[in-house]
Each structure stands twice: as structure tokens, then as C-alpha cells.
Write a protein that binds this ligand. Structure first.
Ligand SMILES: NC(=O)c1ccc[n+]([C@@H]2O[C@H](COP(=O)([O-])OP(=O)(O)OC[C@H]3O[C@@H](n4cnc5c(N)ncnc54)[C@H](O)[C@@H]3O)[C@@H](O)[C@H]2O)c1
Length: 345
């Protein structure tokens, strides 16, 4: 029986991955770690709680995390834990560096001291920065060019992952960069669930600036399948020439190549809620330093691991809207405990 250590498990994607694991490998032991920070929501794990050991811990605390590794002896580690909201990173960048930079290194160090079968570090498309114009895309060989406090802190974690890959080739570390995720259990501070829950509460959906920012969207279930494929892939040893070409490292970029502007997306969400987009959008000041466009090329994971997105965007978005409509108690409880989540600039 394998033991999985999943960090950031009380957040959006981490919780979805724990649900996925319970279905995919029902006999596995799952140790779910989270420090229960602002973006966490422990009830995300309620329906799988009987098959999961939850540990409240800060991934940036080496002594505590070594204790978790010693006690549970994980075979597989997936590190989702990070501060993830670009808006909050502008007002509180220090905690982002703590979790996304130091935390990433501490997790790697634990897997070095107490070896695991494989360790996936979950990163983001945003470490590559912004694309000019409307053409082109990033891939695993693109330079890191983060420009926001969130993405720069994630890029710090990425650099540590790359350093460990080169320095300790006997460790089995892998890394992913994913496009924007949508789906159930996302905190309603983020674009899609904020729009849905605002409309359901009789308020307009906020739209930053001109709304022409382009985003690359993937359903969280497809992201979970991709991570699981990366975690279990049989990969060859890292060769020295990977120093000159990061595409030769065990790094996989994940996307459904589905680009849409924020305004198109929010209009579609409002239509799915059977309202008129002309009446239900509120134009609000843009976030400072807001990326205009990024897109990621998933050719490597498609070619090497035969991964493909299975959730078609229109269907996935409709199911997501339906999930928030049907799970009102889930998000009402969040607003009752955390207060309003919309950030104003
Ligand atoms: N949401 C997306 O669209 C997206 C896309 C690509 C990559 N990612 C990456 O996926 C990961 C998960 O993102 P998410 O959207 O689920 O974020 P989230 O904010 O919903 O969840 C992150 C979780 O990590 C926990 N956490 C933060 N710092 C921690 C620490 N020091 N110790 C322990 N737990 C800590 C939080 O409490 C929270 O529960 C992040 O690494 C993020 O960078 C997200």
C-alpha cells in the first residue's frame, strides 16, 4: 500500500487531488497537510475525511515537516501548498515568499533527507511572465520571467526545484506548470467562483479593467490527472545537457490550449446563470501590474505521457456553475467565517 503526502490539501486543487486519489487508488494511505491559512477551507475534505489523515503544519517549517515525514514515511509527495492569490500578494508579499519559496525548498529537503519514490512540485504558468501581443506560447524551455509578487515567489520555488534536480540527481523530483484551473471547491475570491457567488447573492460580477486579459483555462480534474501521470511516470535519468536546456528536465507544462478573455468568460458564466451579461457586470479598477496574456504549450506531456484534457471547456464551465448553485451551504459558510472576499483597487 502506498502513502501519499499531499500538501495544500485544504485548498482548491489540493482538495480536488485528494478526492481524485480516493477514487483512483482507494487503498492508498493519504496524509493531507495544510497550515490552514486564509485560502484554506478544511470542509473541502469533509466527504473524504474517513480515508485521510489530516496534519496541520507549515511546509516552511523544516523540523515539523521532518517529523511528518518520519512519522508517515511517504512514498509519493505532491506539493501544492502555496499562497496563490495575485491580489493578496500585492498587499502581503512576505507570506508568499515564505510558502512559495522557502516552503518549496523545505519540502525538497525533507524528500532528500527521508527519500521518497517521487516528489512533484506543482508550479504555475505564471512563472514564465507575460506574452506580448496575441501570438505565441510558453513551453518548458522558456526562461522564468515572473513579474508579480505571487509569480516571483513561485519562480523562487521553481529555481530551488531545478537546483535540487541538478545537484541531487538520485532524488526523483518532477515539476509541473499549469494553466489557470477552474472547478469545484475554489475559494470565491477567485474570478469564476467570485462571479458566480456574487450573481447568486444578487450582486454584479466584478470585471477588472477592460476585461481583455487573456487566460488559458483547464478543468481541475484534468490538472489532477496530469499531476498523477507525472508523479508515476517512468522517466530517464537527468543528463548533463539539461543544464543548457530546461526542457530536458522532468518538467511538464499542462494546458488545454483554451484561451478566453476575462470578459468573454464572465459573460458566459452570467448566461449560464440565466441572466443578462449587459446588466450583471460591474467594471472595476484593474489590479496593478495585471498580466495581459499567457498561454502554455502542453506538447511535451501529450507526447511523453499521452496525457490529454478530457473535460471540454463549455461542459466543464456549465458543471462548475451548477456545482456552486447546488453547494450554496459550502460557500455561505465560507463568507460567514471569512467575510467578503472581493478585493478592490
Ligand atoms: N489555481 C490555479 O489556477 C493554479 C494554476 C496553476 C498552478 N497552481 C498552483 O497549484 C497550487 C495550489 O493552488 P490552489 O489554487 O489550490 O491554491 P489555494 O490557495 O486554493 O490552496 C493553497 C493551500 O495551500 C495552503 N498553504 C499555503 N501556504 C502553506 C504553508 N506554508 N504550509 C502549509 N500549507 C500552506 C493554504 O492554506 C491553502 O489551503 C499552488 O502551488 C499554485 O501555485 C494553481
Amino acid at each position: 500500500m502506498s502513502t501519499y503526502l499531499v500538501t495544500g490539501a485544504a485548498g482548491f486543487i489540493g482538495a480536488n487531488y485528494v478526492h481524485f486519489l480516493r477514487r483512483e487508488d482507494p487503498d492508498a494511505r493519504i496524509v493531507a497537510v495544510d497550515h490552514l491559512g486564509f485560502a484554506s477551507n478544511l470542509p473541502n475534505l469533509d466527504s473524504v475525511a474517513d480515508g485521510v489523515t489530516f496534519v496541520r503544519a507549515d511546509i516552511a517549517d523544516l523540523e515539523t515537516m521532518m517529523g511528518v515525514y518520519e512519522e508517515h514515511k511517504p512514498d509519493f509527495v505532491v506539493n501544492f501548498a502555496a499562497e496563490s492569490h495575485n491580489d493578496r500578494a500585492i498587499s502581503e508579499p512576505t507570506i508568499f515568499m515564505h510558502s512559495n519559496g522557502v516552503g518549496a525548498q523545505v519540502m525538497l529537503e525533507c524528500s532528500r533527507k527521508i527519500p521518497v519514490r517521487s516528489h512533484v512540485h506543482v508550479s504555475t504558468i505564471e512563472v514564465y511572465g507575460e506574452l506580448p501581443g496575441t501570438a505565441g506560447s510558453f513551453d518548458e524551455s522558456s526562461p522564468l520571467n515572473a513579474k508579480t509578487p505571487y509569480s516571483a515567489a513561485k519562480a523562487a520555488g521553481d529555481q530551488m526545484v531545478r537546483a535540487y534536480m541538478h545537484t541531487y540527481p538520485e532524488m526523483d523530483i518532477r515539476m509541473t506548470h499549469c494553466a489557470n484551473n477552474y472547478g469545484p471547491y475554489q475559494l470565491p475570491e477567485k474570478l469564476i467562483p467570485l462571479a458566480i457567488t456574487n450573481i447568486l447573492r444578487g450582486r454584479k460580477a466584478p470585471l477588472y479593467g477592460d476585461g481583455l486579459q487573456m487566460r488559458d483555462w483547464l478543468h481541475v480534474e484534468d490538472h489532477c490527472r496530469a499531476i498523477h501521470a507525472v508523479l508515476h511516470a517512468r522517466l530517464s535519468k537527468i543528463e548533463h545537457d539539461a543544464v543548457f536546456d530546461s526542457a530536458k528536465l522532468p518538467i511538464f507544462d499542462i494546458s488545454a490550449r483554451h484561451e478566453v478573455t476575462n470578459v468573454e468568460l464572465i459573460r458566459r458564466v452570467i448566461e449560464l446563470l440565466e441572466k443578462d451579461p449587459e446588466e450583471w457586470i460591474e467594471h472595476v479598477p484593474d489590479r496593478p501590474n495585471h498580466d495581459r496574456r499567457y498561454l502554455i504549450d502542453p506538447s511535451k506531456i501529450e507526447r511523453d505521457l499521452s496525457w490529454r484534457p478530457l473535460v471540454e471547456f463549455e461542459t466543464g464551465l456549465a458543471e462548475t456553475v451548477k456545482w456552486y448553485v447546488e453547494n450554496q451551504a459550502w460557500w455561505e459558510d465560507i463568507f460567514a467565517r471569512k467575510g467578503e472576499l472581493q478585493v478592490s483597487w
